[in-house]
Design a protein around this ligand. Structure first.
Ligand code: SF4
Ligand code: SF4
Length: 434
């Protein structure tokens, strides 16, 4: 039986716009002739590139290896030949090494043999997750083998994030409908590693069919998992807000979910763990939503990593207007705007938004206080922004700048359309430099 809850402080209610793509079942994108595979698709140090121009690669072969403790392996999404090693600018602005791979027209059939996992030790499971290059699929891209290695600390609850509170995005929703059984097995693999007292999946109230389907499969399998029906409120999918909504625990400033007994993992990560452990399949493709008012046919697609945005846009019928305001990697609240249509798909690419319309004109702060009232962390965005605008980075840090989740609630609600989140990103960078 599901229950309805949410987090308490702040939050906003943007129009969810999920109707554009929600009824589109996941389609596999035809393999592009060329892929651009970045060595930096995760939080932490970029992987060390293992290939050079002229090398042949086999689908699933490791082509980049973790360069430090917080880093991840990178595998080739297809068989082919490396035609170039070059720099690529990612949506976040980071410049990384990338392999350009000309793909073979014929690809091998792989990752069909099933492996048993119930007798594996936790160390063996974590090693397999690391070897397959699994990272958080909700956008944070934290290496999964690090996150799930709790060092024996007790876990009160494993909370699986099926919230997908970003407007427009429906990739997790489709995955919950179409891949529930395998995703739930992935959750049980994580439960074996973490030994939590409770396993919870949080899903927002606008996905009743996903909630019902998960509950049906859970009942059929007899898994000890509860589904929580969460009120629609952004940013419910942030781990801080999700832990308040599900287990009633606040993460104090500077602390981690594990410090309050929680481990949070995205639905897509659980599925990737399933494939890594059960089929020994590395993370070489992902489900993403291609949507927005400027794309002809919004879809949910399964795309090889390294696919260029231009290939994806063409597959979805191209733009339906000349008035494309911007392209965004991810959702409209926390995603990154980009202009280069050769931008490759990354492990954290949950969506490709093609937005229509005119950019908003910014005004001046009218001291309305709305940003303060809606900040889910309880910060004072107006004062932080004013300090950053005056290059007073330490003052902004003293107001809690480093606790800012860059969720965008303040910018969404601001009547002056101030670029608050861009300001906070800059302020953090400058503050760290100092
Ligand atoms: S972006 Fe930062 S300051 Fe603005 S509402 Fe979110 S957490 Fe608060
Ligand atoms: S919402 Fe915008 S205008 Fe209102 S106080 Fe905050 S920054 Fe100023």
């Amino acid at each position: 039986m599901s229950r309805i809850s949410t987090f308490k402080r702040g939050g906003v209610h943007p129009a969810d716009k999920k109707y554009l793509a929600k009824d589109s079942p996941i389609e596999r994108l035809p393999l592009p002739a060329e892929l651009i595979v970045s060595m930096s698709q995760h939080l932490g140090a970029p992987a060390t590139c293992l290939k050079k121009k002229g090398d042949t690669v086999v689908k699933g072969e490791k082509i980049g290896t973790a360069a430090s403790f917080i880093s991840a392996e990178v595998h080739s999404p297809a068989s082919g030949t490396v035609t170039e090693v070059r720099k690529v600018r990612l949506p976040s602005g980071v410049v990384a090494d990338a392999l350009v791979i000309k793909t073979d027209p014929e690809q091998p059939e792989m990752f069909t043999e099933r492996f048993e996992w119930k007798d594996l030790s936790n160390e063996e499971l974590l090693a397999q997750i690391k070897e397959m290059g699994i990272v958080g699929m909700g956008g944070a891209t934290f290496p999964a083998h690090v996150k799930f290695n709790t060092g024996g600390k007790p876990v009160e609850a494993l909370v699986v994030n099926g919230v997908e509170c970003e407007p427009y995005l429906t990739a997790d929703y489709r995955s919950m409908l179409e891949r529930a059984e395998d995703t739930l097995e992935g959750i049980m693999i994580l439960a074996k590693i973490l030994n939590p007292k409770k396993i919870i999946i949080g899903v927002e109230h606008n996905k009743p069919d996903a909630i019902k389907h998960l509950e049906d499969v859970i009942a059929k399998k007899g898994y000890p998992i509860e589904v929580y029906d969460l009120k629609m409120k952004y940013p419910q999918g942030d781990e801080k807000q999700l832990l308040v909504a599900t287990i009633g625990k606040e993460i104090p400033s500077g602390k981690l979910p594990l410090d309050v007994g929680g481990v949070v993992c995205n639905i897509g990560t659980a599925y990737a763990v399933f494939e890594a452990v059960v089929y020994h399949k590395p993370l070489i493709e992902r489900v993403m939503t291609v949507t927005g008012e400027a794309i002809t046919t919004p879809k949910n697609i399964l795309a090889p990593l390294g696919t260029k945005a231009s290939e994806i846009i063409a597959y979805c019928g191209g733009f339906n207007t000349e008035n494309v305001d911007k392209l965004v990697s991810g959702g409209p609240m926390m995603g990154f705007a980009f202009a280069d249509e050769d931008m490759p798909t990354l492990k954290g690419s949950s969506g490709l938004l093609c937005l229509k319309g005119e950019p908003l004109n910014t005004g001046v702060c009218v001291s309305c206080g709305k940003c303060v009232a809606h900040c889910p962390i309880g910060l004072m965005p107006n004062r932080m922004f004013r300090n950053i605008s005056n290059a007073k980075y330490q003052e902004a840090m003293d107001l809690g700048l480093m606790d800012c989740k860059e969720c965008g609630c303040c910018a969404f609600i601001c009547p002056a359309h101030l670029p608050l989140v861009q300001g906070f990103k800059l302020g953090k960078k400058m503050g760290r430099k100092k």
